[in-house]
Design a protein around this ligand. Structure first.
Ligand code: PDD
Length: 286
């Protein structure tokens, strides 16, 4: 049985409880991070922590008492649960003042709720999807307008995954004004004429930590990178497509709306970026 962390305590998962009045439960009033673990070490931890801090600030949420100890808590959970490859999930909600109210509770008297747990995923770095590629469908982006904040409002992304599944695909790319915003839980890229194109940062997409690292490595390797919105039509004509996230690293996309991307097989640039990302981020894993 997993050991999880709830508000200062390491406890068996079956004993972990949160109030039914918690605003995370009632109003999706919370933020989260997913950090991958390879070889028992945390990948891109500093980036995830920096984004967490930003998400909290954007929502006027205070840091929980344990904030400065987050690295130790992550490491302890990885250790006690013997995670070699997998993820650490962290969630902070605005907590509960014992009732339901649209107005935020007084932060002086209502401590945020903090929960962390691990997910073991043996073979994460060597996943079959990296070799076969993903099939995606396109769906309208019907999420809210602050997608740069990593909130736990994941109903529409979940619906998107279900729509993909119903069509025999793996995931969905979301479309707004004819342009791809991102995948349901990853950032989206195309490669055309050797140039890597991915949407520029704004409130329209999550500022992926993997995205930042992959673009840095791509530029260091003298690859051509352009950050701008691209259309669904462009994606369908591209030579390659791929996604990035903490749980997929760099994973090729080989089909969009039933039509093959390029040759319909994983492309060389995605493969190279995956290799560089895994090599480099393992070097700085903590
Ligand atoms: N999802 N865009 C969205 C909408 C996401 O949910 C995620 C991450 C990303 C990639 O961000 P990062 O590289 O920092 O993981 C982009 C996580 C993995 C999840 O919800 O499980």
């Amino acid at each position: 049985m997993r050991t999880v962390y709830v508000n200062g305590d390491y406890i068996p998962e079956t004993e972990a409880t949160v109030s039914i009045f918690d605003r995370g439960f009632l109003m999706a009033d919370g933020v989260y991070e997913v950090t991958s673990v390879l070889g028992g070490k945390l990948i891109d931890f500093d980036g995830h922590l920096a984004r967490l801090e930003r998400s909290l600030t954007e929502l006027d949420m205070l840091k929980p008492a344990a904030f400065d100890d987050l690295l130790d808590i992550h490491r302890e959970l990885v250790r006690v649960n013997e995670i070699d490859e997998g993820m650490v999930y962290l969630q902070i909600t605005r907590g509960s003042d014992g009732d339901r109210d649209f107005v935020f509770p007084d932060p002086e008297t209502t401590e945020p709720t903090i929960v962390l747990f691990t997910q073991s995923k043996p073979g994460l770095a060597n996943s079959p999807a990296a070799r076969t590629g993903l099939k995606v469908i396109s769906i309208p982006d019907q999420r809210w307008g602050r997608r740069d904040i990593k909130t736990v409002q994941l109903l529409y992304p979940s619906m998107g995954k279900m729509m993909a599944k119903a069509q025999g695909a793996d995931d969905a790319w979301m479309i707004e004004d004819g342009h791809v915003t991102e995948g349901t839980s990853n950032n989206a890229y195309i490669v055309s004429g050797g140039r890597i194109v991915t949407r520029h940062l704004s409130n329209d997409i999550l500022h992926g930590i993997t995205r930042a690292a992959v673009l840095r490595f791509a530029r260091e390797a003298q690859m051509d990178v352009e950050e701008r919105a691209f259309t669904l039509d462009e994606a369908k004509q591209a030579d390659e497509a791929f996604v990035t996230s903490a749980s997929t690293f760099v994973t090729p996309v080989v089909e969009i709306d039933g039509a093959p991307v390029g040759s319909g097989t994983p492309g060389p640039i995605a493969a190279r970026l995956r290799e560089i990302y895994l090599d480099e981020s393992l070097k700085s894993a903590i």
